[in-house]
Design a protein around this ligand. Structure first.
Ligand code: FEO
Ligand code: CA
Ligand code: CA
Ligand code: CA
Length: 579
């Protein structure tokens, strides 16, 4: 792994040790406190948190399992935070723990999903929630949205409730996110398959199976009270989910748009950049074992002088999928972007594609058809603002080397990859629309106190900074790479010494990695965004105490643990991460 010592990026805090405590730990000179937690009121007069809350109460409260988020500044003391609410934990969402849901329980679950858009107000130098904010909005599994782009209106997207195939209700399992320079929020639909099931006998061909759809849901039980989620009754409904959705957070009456041109898969995030020629480029991971990394290039160019002219830039363009190669014995090499356009690269009727809509709706199948590289669960992608390098977390993959389509290769070099790694690539000539790139591995996570060789991790991993399953990543303006983990927190065996899930800061050039934060028991640390002055960082703590692990974060005592957004500042008011 070639790191360049000459271009060191300042990391100015003292590392924190691994922790198994039921709290947030940040470095000396930093403070972390709760901004908002699941069930907190989001509107004036909304009820405060109670585990007994019904669907109506939940609709006026912050959603569950906050994940990706973006801070949008309006003025010196006013901003909006747009936050994904990915899913729910029945063991906490309901006092009865969700064994047999009523119709209102299902609606409560649907209302705990989606997006929470909250206004922030700066008071005494700190950003606080403003429950009276005019822009406060809950978007749920039942909010009306528009399907746009090449797949909109296709026969596969038509349902009895929507014969035009252009209007869909809701977004759910919104994992990570992205933002555009024209001021909109991108929310990415990930494990949408889990909410579908059936009381009947749906005919599910390989196109359903490839997306994990089956008669058995993931115990959401939505189909029992809402036919829309019964695959036998509404076989096309799942095709209307698995997209990237664009939302205008400044207009609470706007209709969210599902941008089908970006492809349908289990989206993690959407890392967007304006290329030097004006085209908008979006990098995206598909988080499943053996799935792929994608790139979208807009047909039209970004117009910096008329932001409204960019409103539908994500509707027209070309989708690509990544193919990695390397010389024998090397963990670096070349890559290419292969176009996913109907009629090209074997995406033809003979191979099961009728038109571009089908290429987009079954993007995974198209990627396989063109021979894309199967990856170790591509999670977040982040682009270094200081150069054109792109990083993608490959969180782990127990199937690597175990399944025929997932052989050990240079870019996924470990059998059963239990710890994950981070790949990075540089587009040819710094041009994000170029179809070739050079790649290497930024780090290979591992446990040097237990293993030798590749399982110990790369040289930049040691006993003091080790972790497993990198997931959320993002750069700050100074070019520091922030890394969040969603891994095993047993702290024993292969994971001994790693403690709870955590957040680290990496120098993208030298490869140095330093632990910045440790989370409470059984949580995942996911979601990060900064105020533009870089003096406040918002970090997500998701599902503390999942599966009834003993957490009472953040309220303590015997309280129900709650996913929360954490606000991090420095006591000296300085820039997060800086000296
Ligand atoms: Fe919702 Fe891939 O994490
Ligand atoms: Ca994730
Ligand atoms: Ca994950
Ligand atoms: Ca998660």
């Amino acid at each position: 792994i070639a790191q360049t010592k000459e271009q060191k990026v300042e990391i100015g805090f003292e590392a924190v040790p691994a922790s198994t405590a039921d709290t947030i730990v940040v470095p000396k000179g930093y403070q972390a406190d709760v901004l908002i937690s699941w069930g907190d009121p989001m509107f004036k007069g909304a009820p405060s948190f109670s585990q007994d809350a019904d669907s109506k109460a939940q609709l006026q409260q912050f959603g569950d399992n906050n994940d990706g988020m973006t801070f949008f500044q309006i003025s010196d003391d006013r901003a909006v935070l747009s936050i994904n609410n990915e899913y729910t934990n029945h063991e906490y969402l309901f006092k009865h723990q969700g064994k047999n849901l009523s119709a209102d329980d299902v609606l409560k679950s649907q209302n705990a999903h989606g997006i929470s858009i909250v206004e922030l107000q700066k008071k005494n130098g700190k950003w606080e929630i403003n429950v009276e904010g005019r822009l406060n909005r809950r978007i749920t599994a039942n909010t009306e949205m528009e399907l746009t782009g090449a797949a909109a209106g296709d026969a596969l997207l038509k349902t009895s409730a929507d014969p035009a195939g252009k209007t869909v209700l809701g977004t759910f399992n919104n994992c990570a996110n992205g933002e555009t320079p024209w001021g909109t929020y991108l929310t990415c639909e990930e494990n949408f398959n889990g909410v579908f099931g059936s009381a009947g006998n749906p005919a599910l061909d390989s196109n359903y199976k490839r997306y994990g759809l089956s008669k058995e849901d993931w115990d959401y039980q939505w189909f029992k009270h809402d036919e829309r989620f019964d695959l036998a009754k509404n076989p096309n409904e799942p095709h209307r989910h698995g997209w990237v959705v664009e939302i205008d957070p400044m207009n609470p009456n706007s209709t969210p748009k599902k941008r089908t041109a970006l492809g349908r898969f289990k989206h993690e995030n959407a890392a967007l950049t304006v290329n030097n020629d004006g085209h908008v480029v979006v990098y995206m991971g598909d988080d499943e074992r053996g799935e792929h990394i994608y790139r979208f290039v807009s047909k039209n160019k970004y117009n910096p002088s008329d932001l409204s002219a960019n409103r539908d830039l994500l509707d027209e363009g070309t989708l690509y999928v990544a193919k990695f190669s390397a010389k024998e014995g090397e963990l670096e090499g070349k890559g290419e972007w292969v176009e996913l356009t109907f009629g090209k690269n074997g995406l033809t009727p003979e191979n099961g594609f009728k038109n571009q809509a089908e290429v987009l709706i079954f993007a995974r199948k198209a990627a396989t058809q063109v021979g894309a590289t199967t990856m170790d669960r591509p999670e977040w992608v982040a682009i270094n603002p200081k150069n054109q390098q792109v990083f993608c977390t490959l969180t782990n993959n127990k199937y690597r080397g175990m399944k025929a389509n997932q052989p050990v290769d240079a870019v996924n070099p470990r059998e059963e990859n239990p710890y994950g790694h981070i790949v990075r690539w540089s587009p040819s000539n710094g041009n994000h629309t170029a179809n070739s790139f050079d790649w290497d591995l930024y780090l290979i996570a591992g446990n040097p106190t237990v293993h030798k060789g590749l399982m110990a991790g790369s040289d930049n991993i040691n006993a003091d900074n080790m972790f497993n399953s990198p997931d959320g990543i993002g750069f700050d303006n100074a070019g520091r790479l922030w890394i969040q983990t969603d891994g095993k927190y047993s702290n024993t065996g292969d994971f001994a010494g790693m403690g709870n899930n955590q957040m680290l800061c990496g120098d993208p050039n030298t490869g140095e990695v330093r632990r910045f934060l440790t989370g409470p028991i059984a949580c995942e640390v996911t979601g990060l965004t900064f105020s533009p002055d870089q003096k406040t960082m918002f970090v997500g703590v998701q599902h503390p105490g999942e599966d009834l692990e003993p957490s009472h974060f953040p309220d303590g005592g015997n309280s129900v643990p709650r996913s929360s957004v954490i606000r991090i500042t420095r006591t000296d008011g300085g820039i997060i991460g800086d000296a």
